[in-house]
Design a protein around this ligand. Structure first.
Ligand SMILES: Cc1cc2nc3c(=O)[nH]c(=O)nc-3n(C[C@H](O)[C@H](O)[C@H](O)COP(=O)(O)O)c2cc1C
Length: 462
């Protein structure tokens, strides 16, 4: 039986339109100066060591329903140095569903896309995010994430369906470290002698290679505000149960091979009570005691969901009180200047770009331009058409042509903001249902130079 693995839906229909964060005094910050300073300083040494390819302090966030391989590849082509998968539910993963296929261009025959395997040379480094309600299941799901590249699922099954014990050590190093298909073949040979594990700390992931097929880090989601299902805590709801959250963090860290970093995404608190602030501190401290590489803090409460401003002032305080911790910030990153405002204001080591990059991959190019001391440039119409076409091709490869039109609708609506006739494009995008509808909006509003030339010639001939 094939189980469909939907991404964990981490959003409702309550997301607010762009607004500023709570950050008194942020207007005194000059984003251009911070961008140059950020480039001069380089990445946090622990990140530079663990993930050398993560070479700029921002990344594409996990965005359920959006951040599939197609969106990620587009972001990377525009300068995103790191991406996060949407949150994948532990039980669904263990159910052997198609969650990975959905994010895996490998299951398609399209040769043009053969080089675009997730975790291949374009979609790397990739953070794999899991969410769930039980430590053993989360540990098993973490292993399944790592092992999915090698399609070798014995160890996670031991935990999921066996006696509940974690294996001592699962050698999956080759899955991320192999440099050639030969290494891949010999490592998957069950008769081969296992290589002894390397020194566990500090973790260092290998540079990307076309055969890298695993995840750069395993990210535990303690942030999703969706209400608990099956009476099981999940995501941000763990912030009400710090010991439960810590049990999950422990189990995942123990299961994941030591050379693969673990990371966490959490909200600044469940709600604004002092008890919940204490819970956050407890979980946050345990995260780093357990050896997690970084914590991404979404500066809204779970109760807030996505409504209202995020509290950069509280994020700043968290960073100041934990100078040893690698902290990333999330919340109210709407345009490129916000990336550097957040860094300048809070002191975070990196910024998670979420709603601000849906339909706007150019935010990553602009961030790199600013780090190079240049002014950020808006996308031309040619660039917009090019990206829409690329995104559509990738979406077709992932989902098939029949589904692609409808799926591209939500991206098209967001992309329309850049178009000089934004309102008209938006209205047409909203009505897109099938691939033909999508193509006709593209032809009408984003004419290619060839088509424009042809229609001009035709008009002149008339
Ligand atoms: C539609 C949607 C889906 C999301 N899915 C995820 C997810 O799967 N994993 C995750 O860590 N965060 C998820 N988030 C949260 C974002 O990564 C980010 O933390 C949040 O949107 C705050 O940033 P922003 O205000 O700049 O958008 C999601 C947010 C939205 C709006």
């Amino acid at each position: 039986m094939v189980h469909i693995v939907p991404p964990m839906s981490c959003h409702g229909n309550n997301a607010t339109p762009p607004g500023p964060a709570v950050a008194p005094g942020v207007d005194n910050i000059d984003p251009a100066a911070i961008a140059r300073e950020t480039a001069r300083r380089g990445m946090h040494p622990r990140l530079a060591h663990a993930l050398p390819a993560f070479d700029a302090p921002f990344f594409q966030a996990g965005l359920a329903g959006y951040s599939d391989a197609a969106m990620r590849i587009i972001a990377r082509r525009h300068g995103a140095p790191l991406c996060v998968t949407e949150a994948l539910l532990d039980r669904m993963l263990l159910g052997g569903g198609r969650g990975f296929d959905k994010a895996d261009l490998a299951h398609q025959d399209d040769q043009l896309l053969a080089d675009n395997l997730p975790c291949g040379h374009e979609d790397h480094p990739l953070v794999g995010q899991i969410i769930g309600g039980d430590p053993d299941e989360m540990a098993a799901a973490a292993l399944k994430m790592i092992e999915q590249g090698q399609r070798h699922d014995k160890d996670y099954r031991k935990i999921a369906y066996g006696d509940g014990e974690l294996p001592h050590y699962v050698d999956t190093r080759w899955a991320i470290a192999c440099e050639s298909e030969d290494a891949l073949a010999s490592a998957s040979d069950d008769t081969a002698e296992p290589t002894p594990p390397p020194a566990p700390t500090p973790p260092r992931a290998p540079a990307a290679s076309p055969t890298n097929r695993s995840f750069a880090t395993i990210d535990v989601n303690l942030a999703c505000p969706v209400k608990k299902i099956d009476r099981k805590n999940r995501g941000g709801h763990w912030l009400r149960d710090p010991q439960g959250a810590i049990d999950i963090l422990k189990a995942v860290r123990a299961a994941v091979p030591p050379e693969i970093p673990c990371t966490v995404k959490l909200r600044r608190a469940y709600d604004d009570t002092p008890e919940m602030a204490r819970n956050f501190e407890h979980i946050f401290a345990a995260t780093f005691e357990l050896g997690y590489l970084w914590a991404t803090v979404h500066a809204r409460t779970v109760e807030q969901k996505y409504i209202g401003p995020s509290r950069w002032d509280i994020l700043k305080d968290i960073v100041a009180r934990h100078p040893q911790a690698v902290v990333f910030g999330s919340g109210d990153i709407w345009q490129v200047h916000d990336i550097f405002r957040m860094i300048g204001y809070t002191g975070v080591a990196g910024v998670s770009v979420a709603r601000g990059c849906i339909g706007n991959p150019w935010i990553f190019r602009q961030a790199r331009q600013m780090m190079a001391g240049e002014s950020p440039t808006a996308p031309t119409l040619d660039e917009q058409r090019d990206v829409l076409e690329q995104h559509f091709r990738l979406c077709v490869a992932l989902n098939g042509e029949r589904a692609a039109g409808k799926l591209m609708r939500k991206f098209g609506i967001k992309f329309s903001h850049h178009h000089p006739q934004g309102e008209a494009v938006r209205a047409r995008m909203i009505a897109v249902n099938r691939t033909d509808d999508w193509l006709s909006v593209l032809h009408e509003f984003y004419p290619s130079p060839d088509r424009a030339e042809t229609s001009q010639t035709t008009a002149a001939a008339r």
